[in-house]
Design a protein around this ligand. Structure first.
Ligand SMILES: *Cc1c(COP(=O)(O)O)cnc(C)c1O
Length: 361
């Protein structure tokens, strides 16, 4: 196979083709440098410009004020499940967690190893929706409130963030970051593994309000300490140079697509096409998430039987629509249509769904 297929994979997800082409063109010799980006020093002026430029573009994209730190860390979003409470949950303190899916549950499990976790709301076991405001039991004395803006496995997305008053809001935004405008000023901390909407795996973006660094306890391991990472501008140790370089190219691409407004428009159109196909199938395709809370990034649905789901996934793959198998914990179909996923791929899937229903209905 030599041509690109449509990659509906949930993560690592699709990257913009123009970014891959630029990286390929410059891989062996970065123009003006005479080495590959993978060979340069992370203390060089060249890398300084890459990571600095990436930060500038991130700030521009999401209109992030100088009250916030931008960190490029490692260990994935999964390490943030631990770093958030290690840094921000003091001994004797309590943190509120709102759980709307599998990733939120994992975040709770790690935080419980560090301190007292209160479940402010959960939509277990079905995870088909986000809780209503009236269901939230928020503790005004909590040190922070954690939620997952988009549950990648269930396909459940908050259309706006919960209101937490003066309690800092902490968000795992791994699978919908920069898919739409975000009011960063409402958050204390936002984190995201890069491999869904930002770049390759191996980099984790953390956007952190600087005053929260005052809470960081002494004697944390250096690598797990937000303060150390902030003071060293993410260069305490060797950062994921190649990942940051690709992220820089993706941020430039995002700005060229009309920024987050442009992305939201394109993502809305793609999701609408797919949900319309599901909703107009006469119940043949059954959506997992409640209509008001369904994700514009991960579209989850079932077919009349598991046999048909298997057949659907394998026949789709044969026509170059790959990565549609739902997560093993929920089954069914999941079409991940991240920022870089082209509309033509969604149109191809919708056509395929119609044909499949006609022959297997
Ligand atoms: C993928 C994902 C994670 C895990 O990310 P890693 O970078 O693999 O640790 C956590 N949260 C959400 C919402 C995700 O989509």
């Amino acid at each position: 196979m030599t041509s690109r297929i449509f990659n509906f994979g949930a993560g690592p997800g699709v990257l913009p083709e123009s970014v891959l082409e630029e990286a390929q063109r410059d891989l062996v010799v970065l123009p003006g440098v005479g080495m590959s980006v993978m060979e340069i020093s992370h203390r060089s002026k060249t890398f300084d410009e890459i990571i600095g430029g990436c930060e500038v573009d991130i700030r521009k994209l999401a209109n992030i004020s100088s009250d916030y730190q931008i960190l490029f860390l490692q260990g994935g979003a999964s390490l943030q499940f631990s770093m958030v409470p290690m840094n921000l949950l003091p001994a004797g303190g309590k943190a509120d967690y709102i759980v709307t899916g599998s990733w939120g549950k994992k975040a709770v499990k790690e935080a419980q190893k560090v301190g007292t976790v209160q479940i402010a709301a959960t939509t277990e076991p079905d995870f088909t929706r986000v809780p209503a405001v009236s269901e939230l039991k928020l503790d005004p004395s909590a040190t922070y409130v954690h939620f997952t803006s988009n549950e990648t496995i269930q396909g459940v997305e908050w259309k706006r963030e919960p209101e937490t008053g003066s309690v800092p809001l902490v968000c795992d935004a791994s699978s919908d970051i920069f898919s739409r405008p975000i009011d960063v000023a409402k958050y204390g901390l936002i984190y995201a593994g890069a491999q869904k909407n930002l770049g390759p795996s191996g980099v984790t973006l953390v956007i952190l309000r600087t005053d929260l660094l005052e809470r960081v306890p002494k004697n944390l391991a250096m690598m797990l300490d937000y303060k150390v990472q902030a003071e060293n501008k993410s260069l305490y140790n060797t950062p994921p140079v190649f990942g940051v370089y690709i992220m820089r190219l993706v941020m430039k691409w995002l700005l060229g697509q009309g920024g987050l407004e442009g992305m939201a428009h394109a993502n809305g159109e793609k999701a609408k096409l797919l949900y319309n196909a599901i909703d107009s199938s006469g119940g043949y395709y059954r959506p997992h998430a409640r209509a008001a809370d369904r994700s514009n990034m991960n579209v989850t649905f079932r077919l009349p039987s598991e046999e048909l789901e298997k057949k659907f996934v394998s026949e789709a793959k044969a026509v170059k629509l790959d990565g549609l198998k739902g997560h093993r914990s929920v089954g069914g179909i999941r079409a991940s249509i991240y920022n870089a996923f082209p509309k033509a791929g969604v149109e191809a899937l919708v056509d395929f769904m119609k044909r499949f229903q006609t022959t297997n209905g």
